[in-house]
Structure formats: structure tokens, C-alpha cells
Design a protein around this ligand. Structure first.
Ligand code: FES
Length: 127
């Protein structure tokens, strides 16, 4: 299975326009994760922001490829106990942080949908 093309948020239902400030790396909590939720009427778009280094982060649609649920259940924590992979709390699928590829669980080989972003001076913008 191939990684999906990055989601351009301005083309997504409830997505913000290109160039929208999504997060500042310095504002992310110590565990580095943050859920962003955009709403437009009944449309809802959930994103995962996960810091991966001093000046780096990944952004994915917060939708598990297995059953379509958000990976998190009630907070901004997306990492497993090792702190190296993203975990879906519904059935336990594990995803490589950098690629979004599921490496263990019911959707093994499938991918989280990446989001098109740019990171400039520690700020993440939709691209
Ligand atoms: S919905 Fe994520 S592993 Fe089943």
C-alpha cells in the first residue's frame, strides 16, 4: 500500500485556508502532541500535530485508517508508551511517527493521511 498524498486543508470540508497558523512548536505540551479541531456547520476536521524534534513536527488527519475513529480518546496524547510511535486508542494500531505507516494492528501496512504544511521559524502553517 502506498502512502496517500498530503491533504491540502483548504480543499477539505471544514479545513482552514492555505497559510493558516496551525501551531507554534514552543506552545506544544512536553509530550509534543496536540489535536486541532476545525468545524464548519456539521462538518468536522480533526488533525494530529506531533512534535518530532527541536524544529520538526508531523501533521496528520486524526482519523484511523482501520475504523475511522480519532486516534486519541480524550486528550492530546498520541504516542505509545515508548514515545516512538503513534497509537490508536480504539484497537491499538501503531504507526511510525515520521511516515504515518501502520506497523502493527488491524490496519497494518495502511497509512495515516498526512497534511500539507510548512514549518517556518518554529511555526506550522497549512500549505
Ligand atoms: S480504529 Fe484504530 S485500530 Fe481500529
Amino acid at each position: 500500500m502506498q502512502a496517500p498524498s498530503p491533504l491540502e486543508l483548504e480543499d477539505a470540508p471544514a479545513g482552514p485556508p492555505k497559510g493558516t497558523l496551525l501551531a507554534r512548536l514552543e506552545d506544544l505540551p512536553p509530550h509534543g502532541g496536540k489535536e486541532l479541531v476545525f468545524r464548519d456547520g456539521t462538518m468536522v476536521l480533526r488533525l494530529i500535530v506531533q512534535r518530532t524534534g527541536y524544529a520538526s513536527a508531523v501533521v496528520y488527519e486524526n482519523r484511523c485508517p482501520h475504523a475511522g475513529t480519532p486516534l486519541n480518546m480524550f486528550d492530546d496524547k498520541f504516542l505509545d508508551i515508548t514515545g516512538r510511535r503513534l497509537i490508536c486508542r480504539t484497537h491499538g494500531a501503531l504507526f511510525e511517527t515520521d511516515s504515518g505507516k501502520c506497523v502493527r494492528g488491524p490496519c497494518k501496512g495502511d497509512y495515516l493521511r498526512p497534511v500539507a504544511v510548512t514549518i517556518e521559524d518554529g511555526v506550522i502553517y497549512s500549505a
